[in-house]
Unconditional design. Sequence first.
Lengths: 193, 163
Amino acid sequence: MSRVIQDFTTTVPFWQPRVTPIDLDDASKEQREALQVTPSNQKVSEYVLVLARDAETLKKRTPLFNAIMYNRGGMSRAERELSATGASVVNHCVYCAAVHASRYNQLTKDVTVMERVFADGATAKLDVRQSAILKFAMKLSRTPPEVTADDMQRLRDAGLESDEILDLIMSTSLFGWANRLMHTLGDPVDQSE
Amino acid sequence: MTVFSNTTVRCAAQLDANHPLAAALEDRSAIFAMTEQAQDAALRPRNSGGLSHSERAALASRMARLNGEDSLADHFASFLIDGNAAKIADPTFDGASNPRYAALIRHTDLVTRDTKSVTAADITELKDAGISEDDIVRLSELVAFVNYQARVCRGLRLLSDVS
């Protein structure tokens, strides 16, 4: 038996599905399209093979995800990873937090920010701009969301422009979506087994 | 369709082409167009499986309400919902004597309000209520999408108020 990981980590675990992934050999045309399976791309994760059970939504979700996380302009890639991690901490999606915290570390070459986020959450000691972004992301991730005009003002005071705040809203909200799939449809498990 | 007629952008009623945020929204119009397409895929798919369009609209309205997004909730409630499913939109309705509704509602509310507390047992509970694995993923995408959309709405309204 593999061990389910409970604590946040930057080592990306395995994801063990709670719903049976589809068999790629039996996939319908629509499912193959949604999976973006091509002769040169036959490698599909179990997570995506679970989501292929709703091919219509998966097909729309993948390009939307990429546009929100990787489009040019606005807030930096690293800061989008910070907001994604903030949401993942609130929703306790250990797998999502590992993927996006490790991307943040790769982009910034600085592991201290994520160490503090994992240890202290919204009260982590960060610079003014990082702290404003993290607090906003974590409050927007509650149900109902707890963001206020004061949180918005803190972002402005930290120097964020409107287009950057828009990217912060989109990337945080996107993880309100991703966390609710990944954390509920599977378990993060140890890779050592 | 302009970015200002998008369902998700319309949650912030004051946003129009004259608003200071207009240019930033226009730059991201593809994101909002894809959001609208994802909404159609989650709420009104061609293949709805075991979750009818009525049940999806009612669950979406319920989740928008739980997130404090009343205009979004009213929008989804305005979709054609058949008599039986309409009750689901009321956050105080727990499914009563309909075990399938009770299972769908319990899971929708839990994942919406308290994602972190969901365990493998909650997925088992859906299976035990006779919900197929395909429908578990369909329900999960619907719940996840509406929770995304409700947050975009909240953020846009706050940003457009202040700017």
